[in-house]
Design a protein around this ligand. Structure first.
Ligand SMILES: CCCCCCCCCCCCCC(=O)SCCNC(=O)CCNC(=O)[C@H](O)C(C)(C)COP(=O)(O)OP(=O)(O)OC[C@H]1O[C@@H](n2cnc3c(N)ncnc32)[C@H](O)[C@@H]1OP(=O)(O)O
Ligand SMILES: Cc1cc2nc3c(=O)[nH]c(=O)nc-3n(C[C@H](O)[C@H](O)[C@H](O)COP(=O)(O)OP(=O)(O)OC[C@H]3O[C@@H](n4cnc5c(N)ncnc54)[C@H](O)[C@@H]3O)c2cc1C
Length: 624
């Protein structure tokens, strides 16, 4: 099962090696992280990032190994933005010459970069950004400026205190005309003493939800006051400004400006499955250790995992973790395929790649955030302790519903893609890829489900048909209602809640389909495929029909712990007293409690000033 989860034997081996490297290095300790002040936490992040880079160089780690090392350190920091957004933005939007110049420095960490798109006033609406980049032909420079308070860059990770450079998104103005949003490379801080360059006001935007968690990241604010940069720092793969100030568009679609977001959304799906699997791992393992109530005859107490209510709340998450993992692996393939096509100037699959990454990012991160919160409840009181690992896991993953595109805004993009496809089907065009099922419109609009029993849910063809019919009927229904509205725009706006539901149904169909396709592969190991079939059934059925699932849960229960062990997480990475591999939960909880700074003294600070006078006064009063 470990191989099925990781993707290959090689993937298991590398992941194990990197996870152990992190777990055995004292610099990467994280058990007291939630007790650090913001300043201590930030410094700790800098230390870990520098140490990780040192180990990467010393051990000559490959890119794959270095990425895993960073993942298992499990502490958000500026390096994430540098590798996940700054470098890909230059790769995707820079010319070959620009890539050579900037990536050479970025790969050696001679510069640290971030992705500065969002502003105080606009995040979702990228076309509404206000920062300006005005070309000055007299000096061959762009003047970068924040004309209003709302144009202040706001949120970019690593911007607050760390980044020396950024890809800054701004409205390009040349020859008096506004050409809309483009990317520019800007140096922000001195490479000698790290002070901000003239004209740049920069800082951290302040503390965020939860202890520890995303507070390790210095999300930043930046104001620009007529800062000049050379013309060749505009990222010029999509469009160029000539020496004379002429705007020239390349022969690539302008949507490639959004390419970095497509890339990151794809990686976020993998992050979501990992976060969900961690929460499930904690809740399942703890559920096998925790016992409450016995039989009336005074028999042994029941493992809480044996309660049917616990199973019906928890096993759909277990199934979702596997479902998201497999769809994430497929999405990575899709992204690679689209990138190769783009390189040979085939842009035909870009809209589908956008819809798939946007939709899957939305559905998986929303489900994951909800599931982590529920896992906290599934662990009872102890789940609420920081030492359970769940509060921090929740706080770190919750913003994934917002960053890289608010989930509702992204689902509306999927809906727009679906409405276009429905209208193309109506005019006789055969849909392809993940919308190919829409070509079967005659049958899917009328067919009746053959699913009656739990066993039917293990029949892939029946599952697929139900999901296809549901997704198609919801999309067609929306399209018909939109066509009755006074205008397309009004109809879309009025029906947006229904459109979001139709988009979710389409995305869930993709997830179910990719799970089924996974089951058609050669899967090694005794009983592995059978367990995955049950999980696939649970994933599909819990979305459609919450009844009849008990039988499947009973079949999964004997292997529940093994199914979470297959995630192959070290105790260090899981970071949970409740989810420990050895099950020694109570001693771990007890030990963790004593680490809290409040327990450094027996009598707390503040006793003399505030508690003692109060208590003495009570004493006096009682004597009266
Ligand atoms: C330890 C932990 C480690 C973790 C590491 C992880 C680190 C991660 C850290 C992450 C930190 C977080 C970092 C951050 O948060 S970075 C900031 C992220 N920001 C966003 O995601 C903003 C979201 N907004 C948008 O993307 C756009 O404004 C949208 C899409 C909403 C509208 O757009 P627009 O205003 O232009 O209007 P339009 O709707 O008329 O669209 C026009 C056309 O463009 C097509 N289109 C749209 N988009 C795409 C696309 N992407 N690829 C290809 N095509 C695309 C679209 O289909 C349409 O096509 P057509 O219908 O005309 O044919
Ligand atoms: C932890 C974190 C890290 C981030 N890191 C970065 C970074 O490194 N770089 C960067 O540039 N940005 C970053 N961001 C910003 C992030 O990308 C934006 O916050 C995100 O795109 C959402 O935009 P917004 O904040 O403008 O939300 P808003 O659009 O203001 O959303 C508010 C509400 O309005 C709704 N809404 C908005 N538009 C519509 C619509 N058309 N139809 C229906 N409902 C709508 C949304 O669903 C939401 O409920 C980060 C954000 C967070 C939280």
């Amino acid at each position: 099962m470990k191989v099925a989860w990781a993707g290959s034997r090689h993937a298991v081996e590398v992941a194990d090696r990197m996870a152990c490297l992190v777990a055995s290095d004292p610099v990467f300790r994280k058990d007291t992280r939630t007790m650090l002040s913001r300043k201590e936490l930030f410094k700790d992040t800098l230390k870990k990032a520098a140490h990780a880079w040192k180990r990467t160089v010393e051990l000559h780690l490959t890119e794959e190994e270095a990425n895993l090392l960073r993942l298992y350190i499990d502490q958000p920091g500026y390096v994430d933005l540098h590798w996940v957004m700054f470098v890909p933005a230059i790769k995707g939007q820079g010319t070959e010459e620009q890539q050579k110049k900037w990536l050479t420095m970025a790969y050696k960490f001679q510069i640290i970069g971030t992705y500065a798109q969002t502003e105080l006033g606009h995040g979702s609406n990228v076309q509404g950004l206000e920062t300006t980049a005005t070309f000055d032909p007299s000096t061959d420079e762009f003047i970068m400026h924040s004309p209003t308070l709302t144009s202040s860059k706001w949120w970019p990770g690593g911007l607050g205190k760390t980044s020396t450079h950024a890809v800054v998104y701004a409205r390009l103005i040349t020859e008096g005309k506004d050409y809309g949003i483009h990317g520019f490379i800007m140096q922000l801080r001195s490479l000698d003493d790290h002070s901000p360059l003239p004209g740049i006001t920069i800082g951290d935007i302040g503390g965020k939800f939860g202890s520890g968690a995303y507070n390790s990241m210095d999300n930043g604010v930046m104001r620009l006051d007529h800062v000049r940069i050379p013309r060749d720092q505009m990222l010029m793969r999509l469009a160029q400004v000539t020496r004379e100030g002429k705007y020239v568009h390349s022969d690539v679609p302008k949507q490639l400006l959004y390419g970095t977001m497509v890339y990151v959304r794809q990686t976020i799906v993998a992050d979501a499955s990992r976060a969900l699997s961690r929460a499930v791992c904690i809740a399942v393992r703890y559920g096998a250790i925790r016992k409450q109530f016995g039989s009336k005859a005074g028999g042994p107490e029941t493992q809480v995992l044996n309660y049917k209510t616990q199973q019906s709340r928890l096993f759909p998450f277990l199934a979702s973790a596997y479902a998201f993992r497999f769809v994430g692996q497929w999405l990575k393939w899709l992204y690679t395929d689209v990138t190769q096509k783009l390189e040979s100037k085939d842009f035909s699959t870009l809209p589908e790649a956008h819809a798939c990454t946007a939709g899957l990012k939305s559905v998986t991160t929303s489900a994951t955030a909800d599931a982590i919160e529920e896992c906290q409840k599934l662990c009872g009181g102890h789940g609420y302790l920081n030492s359970s690992g769940l509060p921090e896991l929740f706080a770190v993953n919750l913003p994934a519903c917002t960053y890289e595109g608010d989930n509702v805004v992204l689902l509306l993009q999927v809906a727009r893609f679906l409405m276009k496809t429905v209208s193309q089907v109506a005019s006789g065009k055969q849909p392809v890829g993940t919308t190919a099922y829409m070509g079967n419109i005659q049958h899917l609009m009328q067919c009746k489900s053959v699913v009656n029993t739990v066993e039917d849910w293990l029949n892939p063809a029946a599952i697929k048909e139900v999901f296809e019919a549901r997704a198609l009927r919801m999309a067609v229904n929306c399209a018909q209602n939109i066509s009755k509205a006074p205008s397309q725009e009004e109809g879309f706006s009025e029906l947006s809640p229904d459109l979001v539901e139709a988009a979710v149904a389409h995305v869930q169909l993709i997830i179910v389909t990719k799970f089924i396709e996974k089951l058609q592969e050669d899967i090694l190991g005794h009983g592995v495929k059978e367990q995955l079939q049950k999980l696939c059934g649970i994933y599909a059925l819990h979305l459609i029909h919450n009844e009849r699932l008990g039988k499947l849960y009973a079949q999964v229960r004997p292997n529940a712990v093994a199914l979470v062990d297959a995630f192959d997480y070290t105790d260090h990475y899981l970071g949970s007293a409740l989810g420990r591999y050895d099950g020694d939960v109570y001693s771990a909880l007890y030990k963790e409690a004593w680490k809290d700074p409040l327990n450094e003294t027996v009598v707390p600070d503040g006793y003399q000033e505030h508690l003692r006078p109060l208590l003495k006064q009570q004493l006096k009063l009682s004597r009266l």
